[in-house]
Design a protein around this ligand. Structure first.
Ligand code: NDP
Length: 383
């Protein structure tokens, strides 16, 4: 059998490096055909020497010469820049594009990959948050499968039954590191505290989004587009143990859930091997060591980012794109200690109110709304 050739966009990140572990464990089935990074040139070079892809892309063009020279003795094409990301995914040889890059930067390459008919293993949730309507329509038109990598969406996907309508999606949330804090305590939390997620080891941006619960809001939006279920039928349930990755309730009241240890390699591998399941050595659930599995209602007052995501869904159009852009600005500003934890939802909300609403956005409208929202959010935090 021919190996599946995978383009891993964001191979130097948390998802990207775990995807390479999966590829290495199943080197008889998969080949890392394209690897890309933003600024971590040395790691990209090391990965290229180990996995010998046909091409690498360094998004930051100032690092192009450095990477090219380092790989001069290898038969590897080296490219740089945002446009190169869109071009490499269209290579005829590529079978699957794993979108493991972070933020709005994922949108254009994902669209380019869909337009050229590639299977999408989607980790970059921001793509669906920003332009879910457009992206899902393009995927349908091009008959492209979008397979979820996010653990919750992988769980929901595994629980779905063809031909049986879903009554409700139960999207579980760990609640993040600040689940039990009072509003007063949240006022002074630091980036270092927010970066310590209780259950998952992830990239910095998504870890902060988990602390504010914007991540869960984005997952509600992602679920709406992936599964065609309205926000009113998506229930967020805080489940601090992260054992139940999510569940689905059918019209007869039956609930199906997917469980497992928190390990992103499981959904990454499934997205690559689907519809097959491959043997793995990943850690198994220890049923007798498991104590309580608990469930709580999310607190939308303390975690206003979650309600802002629902509000963006209610407004539709470019609203979620605006929320995403403002969130990227405040997320970085918080990490750089330029804005406080509770300032984040304030800036996002005001940005949402200030950017002109576009009901049926085109790709150009999304790009323009993103720029405008970033400008306004930056202005507000004085950057
Ligand atoms: P990381 O920050 O760990 O990695 C991000 C990757 O994207 C890196 O390879 C980075 O390159 C690259 N990158 C960053 N900015 C750009 C840019 N402007 N242009 C091109 N490439 C860029 O993120 P994660 O792996 O944590 O997350 C990746 C995506 O997967 C996110 O959308 C996240 O929401 C989603 N996700 C992540 C989960 C996790 O467990 N980590 C779980 C579920 C979803 P460089 O290393 O050079 O900076």
């Amino acid at each position: 059998m021919e190996k599946k050739k995978i383009a891993i966009l964001g191979s130097t990140g948390s998802i990207g490096t775990q995807a390479l572990e999966v590829v290495a464990a199943h080197s008889d089935l998969y080949e890392a055909y394209v690897l890309t990074a933003n600024r971590q040139a040395d790691l990209l070079i090391r990965q290229a020497r180990e996995f010998r892809p046909a091409a690498v892309v360094i998004a930051d063009e100032s690092l192009y010469e450095y990477v090219r020279e380092a790989l001069a003795d290898e038969p590897i094409q080296v490219y740089a820049g945002e446009d190169a990301l869109c071009q490499v995914v269209q290579n005829d040889e590529v079978d699957v594009v794993l979108t493991a890059l972070v933020g709005f930067a994922g949108l254009k390459p994902t669209i380019a990959a869909i337009r050229s008919g590639k299977v999408i293993a989607l980790a970059n949730k921001e793509t669906l948050v920003v332009a879910g309507e457009l992206v899902t329509r393009l995927a349908m038109e091009n008959r492209v499968a979008v397979l979820p990598v996010d653990s919750e969406h992988s769980a929901i996907f595994q629980c779905m039954e063809p031909g049986n309508e879903v009554e409700e999606i139960i999207l579980t949330a760990s609640g993040g590191p600040f689940r039990k804090m009072t509003m007063e305590e949240l006022r002074t939390v630091t980036p270092a505290q927010a970066l310590k997620h209780p259950n998952w080891d992830m990239g910095a941006k998504i870890t902060i989004d988990s602390a504010t619960m914007m991540n869960k809001g984005f997952e509600v939006i992602e679920a709406k587009w992936l599964f065609g279920v309205d926000a009113g039928r998506i229930r967020v349930v805080v489940h601090p143990q992260s054992v139940i990755h999510s569940a689905v309730q059918f019209r007869d009241g039956a609930v199906k859930a997917q469980l497992g240890v928190p390990d992103m390699k499981v959904p990454i591998q499934l997205a690559l091997s689907y519809p097959r399941r491959l043997t793995s050595t990943f850690e198994r659930l220890d049923w007798y060591a498991m104590k309580d599995l608990t469930f709580e209602r999310p607190d939308m007052e303390r975690f206003r980012c979650l309600s802002l995501a629902f509000e963006a869904l209610r407004r539709g159009g470019n609203a979620a794109c605006v929320v995403n852009a403002a969130n990227e600005v405040v997320n970085l500003a918080f990490r750089q200690e330029k804005c406080s934890f509770l300032q984040m939802p304030e800036v996002i909300e005001q940005t949402l109110d200030r950017v002109a609403f576009v009901g049926k956005p085109t790709l150009e409208d999304y790009l323009a709304s993103d720029l405008e929202a970033r400008r306004i959010a930056r202005e507000m935090i004085g950057k």
